[in-house]
Design a protein around this ligand. Structure first.
Ligand SMILES: Cc1cc2nc3c(=O)[nH]c(=O)nc-3n(C[C@H](O)[C@H](O)[C@H](O)COP(=O)(O)OP(=O)(O)OC[C@H]3O[C@@H](n4cnc5c(N)ncnc54)[C@H](O)[C@@H]3O)c2cc1C
Ligand SMILES: *[C@@H]1O[C@H](CO)[C@@H](O)[C@H](O)[C@H]1NC(C)=O
Ligand SMILES: *[C@@H]1O[C@H](CO)[C@@H](O)[C@H](O)[C@H]1NC(C)=O
Ligand SMILES: *[C@@H]1O[C@H](CO)[C@@H](O)[C@H](O)[C@H]1NC(C)=O
Ligand SMILES: *[C@@H]1O[C@H](CO)[C@@H](O)[C@H](O)[C@H]1NC(C)=O
Ligand SMILES: *[C@@H]1O[C@H](CO)[C@@H](O)[C@H](O)[C@H]1NC(C)=O
Length: 705
């Protein structure tokens, strides 16, 4: 499947690159003298009507003026390049020099002749002031070198990520191919110091998976330090590239005043660099992104890059508009340009871009994800279409071809994935009033892997278009069956909750289609000691990974599985799976943070997102019928006597520290839980990495976007 998709992608890339390659234009020194002389002479005199040429020996006054212009320019190849450009006229160097020498005798000083009319055909060669010739030449160089800089800088910003991603791919591969090298060689004080400072921690002291709130409204995720550095360098490059290597050329033949000149140059630079950001902008936001397969990076990291790509593109778009406004006002072309459709579409694109950047803030995504996606797609279409129309006169479509091809490719693969799974009937059950278990038979060729997730479409009239990501567990009970364990939240999951709570046994058959599996395999099975830290509905992926290691490697590894839940009832929805841990070498430890809640009365479930809030609410309702509840707990513990139960809230910072201290071999942690628990785990690893001589690895399995 993957190789097929890669092949498809490569074809898509090759077609878009080949269609684009004719249009990529680097401007060379050889073209500037001709551009300069044609522009300058055109402004100073007229020698022929349409169809005439400076190459024509019969038009001595024109050729003579031109040769004088070229000979003034300090470019030793100016003559040669002109003769090449006149190949169709059979112009020889001898004729060129004759014309030059003859014209010297007739040159007309136009400033000294008040009757000279620049738009009337002149029959004498005209004298071109040296300063203006040089100025014209420098103006053309300045303009087109600016295009070249935009090209080089754009390519750099575009390629930067590929360089990083291929290096990440090599590192990722190393974890699988030569794990012993990593485990044995990449330990010790120097490696640890580097990892402590750079690759492991969150940007600040702790917060990463748990969102951060500033000014009550502004919610965001803090990237890890490594991510921040990589993105930071890119942002700095993007800013620098929009600020450096501008020249002011005077007297300027193209833009007479300095503000018009600089406005246009800044606009040209930012506009063209912006085009280079488009393909990655689309690629990194897609679910089927080859670079994800190559680098092993998770989707949420690509979304981080996507966001900063988008923000910089928006800033460049704004800069482009400001520059063009300066330029248009200065040249008196502002009103005229604003009437042109291509300029109006430019405004559409810019406004769409700004709206996209604004409404993508986490607050909007958190509260109304489906609305966010819908608006995002509509605005993105306006952004792309507007930009495409805006630039197509200038032959800049190739980036839009690429962006559209990438988008189309992603959608195509998504459809193929949906069709390859087909529509199947899922058994959906609401268990313990808090979790939906979705049991779906899968095609035999459709193979999940530990830690993967898939997007489910519940084919009900109210929500069939929505696709939500959930982690897959290949059923331990039935063949060719996958399970999802879905926590009831506020959107589609709440709709299902309401529907199921009215069904007998809280159970129903619902048609579903599934797009997947997505995700990257991790090399945690190469470690002698593994610790899985799961919270609530984060258990499925880690369970799948832990049991996979236990099954394939077995006795050689020590596997610890921590699971933090709120009440004993939560065990119900994962009970069959937990039973399967008996007689394996997995050591399960379950923490129950609110042991007294929900034992008699059903657990109060609602769409509240914030776990802390939920906890506070439920703390109040302690169970009265103590006897009944102890009975329930007793039975449960009896049946699951191979599991260690601990009541209370775990402190994973300390637990991780102890695990590291006690380990007698390389150790790996995998975490997927509530954000603050995941952050505690990360900090625990960073701070205690030096307490053992073995390699300590962290695989954060938690993804949010
Ligand atoms: C890789 C991955 C694996 C996941 N695995 C599980 C799992 O095994 N069990 C489980 O209970 N939950 C899992 N989740 C979380 C799950 O996707 C959301 O809880 C679910 O989509 C919420 O649906 P809702 O309509 O009820 O959301 P809402 O109540 O509307 O929103 C709740 C939260 O979910 C986010 N969300 C909503 N829709 C999406 C979407 N389509 N894509 C991404 N985020 C969304 C929102 O931003 C918000 O933060 C996983 C998420 C990801 C990214
Ligand atoms: C010399 O230049 C003049 C003016 O351009 C032109 O009229 C004349 O024909 C030229 N003489 C020759 C020999 O080309
Ligand atoms: C240039 O020369 C070729 C052959 O040498 C001839 O066919 C062509 O007509 C000439 N062109 C002009 C414009 O004189
Ligand atoms: C052309 O004429 C102007 C005005 O008379 C004079 O200032 C200038 O020096 C002349 N240029 C040359 C090259 O003689
Ligand atoms: C210059 O010539 C054009 C026609 O060739 C004429 O329309 C215009 O009025 C002339 N300008 C001046 C200032 O004589
Ligand atoms: C994505 O994976 C990387 C490891 O490749 C991890 O450091 C990061 O925390 C993950 N992102 C999220 C949001 O969990």
């Amino acid at each position: 499947m993957v190789s097929f998709k890669s092949a498809l992608f490569v074809i898509a890339c090759l077609t878009s690159i080949s269609s684009a390659s004719d249009d990529f234009e680097i401007f060379h020194e050889s073209t500037f003298p001709n551009l300069a002389c044609t522009a300058l002479i055109g402004k100073m005199a007229t020698f022929f009507t349409k169809g005439g040429s400076y190459c024509d020996v019969k038009l001595q006054q024109a050729l003579g003026t031109y040769t004088h212009c070229l000979e003034t320019i300090p470019d030793p190849n100016a003559r040669k390049n002109f003769l090449i450009s006149c190949a169709a006229y059979n112009l020889t160097e001898e004729q060129y020099l004759d014309s030059y020498n003859n014209a010297t005798k007739y040159l007309l000083n136009t400033t000294a002749d008040p009757t000279f009319n620049a738009t009337k055909i002149s029959y004498l060669p005209v004298l071109l002031p040296k300063k203006r010739v040089i100025g014209a030449w420098k103006s053309e160089r300045g303009r087109y070198y600016n295009y070249n800089y935009a090209f080089y800088y754009g390519v750099t910003l575009f390629s930067y990520w590929y360089l990083i991603l291929f290096m990440a791919g090599i590192c990722n591969l190393a974890y699988f191919v030569c794990p012993n090298f990593i485990k044995q060689k990449l330990t010790g004080p120097a490696a640890n110091k580097f990892r402590q400072l750079f690759t492991l921690p969150a940007l600040g002291s702790k917060s990463h998976a748990h969102h951060t709130v500033a000014f009550k409204f502004f919610v965001y995720f803090v990237p890890t330090r490594l991510e921040s550095v990589l993105v930071g360098i890119w942002i700095i490059l993007a800013i620098v590239f929009n600020c450096i290597s501008f020249t002011h050329d005077s007297p300027n033949i193209i833009w007479p005043q300095k503000p018009t000149e600089m406005g246009r140059k800044i606009a040209d630079r930012s506009g063209q660099i912006c085009l280079w950001l488009l393909p990655n902008l689309i690629l990194f936001s897609g679910r089927n992104n080859v670079m994800q397969w190559i680098s092993g990076w998770n989707y949420s990291r690509f979304i981080l890059i996507h966001k900063w790509n988008a923000r910089m593109a928006t800033l460049m778009g704004i800069l482009h508009a400001i520059g063009m406004t300066y330029n248009g006002k200065g040249l008196g072309k502002y009103e005229m340009r604003n009437k042109q459709p291509y300029v109006r579409w430019g405004y559409v694109s810019l406004i769409a871009m700004c709206l996209l950047s604004f409404h993508s803030m986490l607050v909007f995504r958190k509260s109304r994800y489906e609305l966010f996606i819908l608006i995002h797609i509509i605005l993105a279409i306006f952004f792309i279409a507007g930009g495409w129309i805006h630039t197509s006169n200038d032959g800049f479509q190739q980036w839009y071809y690429a962006a559209t091809a990438i988008w189309g490719f992603d959608r195509l693969v998504r459809l193929i994935r949906l069709f390859s799974f087909g529509v199947r009937t899922a058994e959906v059950q609401l268990i313990a009033n808090e979790t939906l278990r979705v049991k779906v038979p899968r095609p035999a060729h459709w193979k999940p892997f530990p830690g993967c997730h898939a997007f489910i479409h519940f084919l009900r009239p109210t929500c069939f278009w929505q696709s939500h990501p959930f982690t897959i567990v290949d059923s331990v009970v039935e063949d060719n069956t996958i399970n999802f364990y879905i926590k009831v939240k506020g959107g589609i999951t709440h709709g299902l909750y309401q529907y199921l709570s009215k069904q007998p046994n809280n159970k129903a058959l619902i048609k579903v289609s599934i797009e997947g599996p997505y995700g990257q395999k991790i090399s945690i099975n190469k470690y002698e000691n593994t610790v899985f830290i799961a919270g609530g509905n984060g258990i499925p992926g880690l369970y799948y990974e832990a049991t996979d290691i236990a099954k394939t490697i077995g006795d050689k590894t020590r596997i610890k599985l921590y699971w933090v839940i709120r009440h004993y009832r939560s065990i119900e929805w994962f009970y069959p799976e937990l039973l399967r841990l008996k007689n394996t070498n997995i050591e399960p430890i379950i923490y129950i943070t609110q042991p007294h809640v929900g034992l008699v009365e059903p657990i109060f479930s609602h769409g509240n997102e914030s776990e802390e809030e939920e906890e506070e609410e439920q703390q109040e309702k302690k169970s009265d019928t103590v006897e009944e509840s102890t009975d329930y707990i007793g039975k449960l513990k009896n049946k699951l006597n191979f599991i260690e139960f601990r009541e209370g809230k775990p402190d994973f910072y300390t637990i991780v520290g102890e695990e590291i201290k006690e380990t007698n071999g390389p150790i790996a942690f995998a975490s997927c839980a509530h954000g603050s628990m995941v952050d505690d785990t990360r900090k625990g690893v960073v701070d205690h990495i030096n307490n053992t001589k073995y390699r300590v690895e962290l695989f954060e399995q938690q993804q949010t976007w």
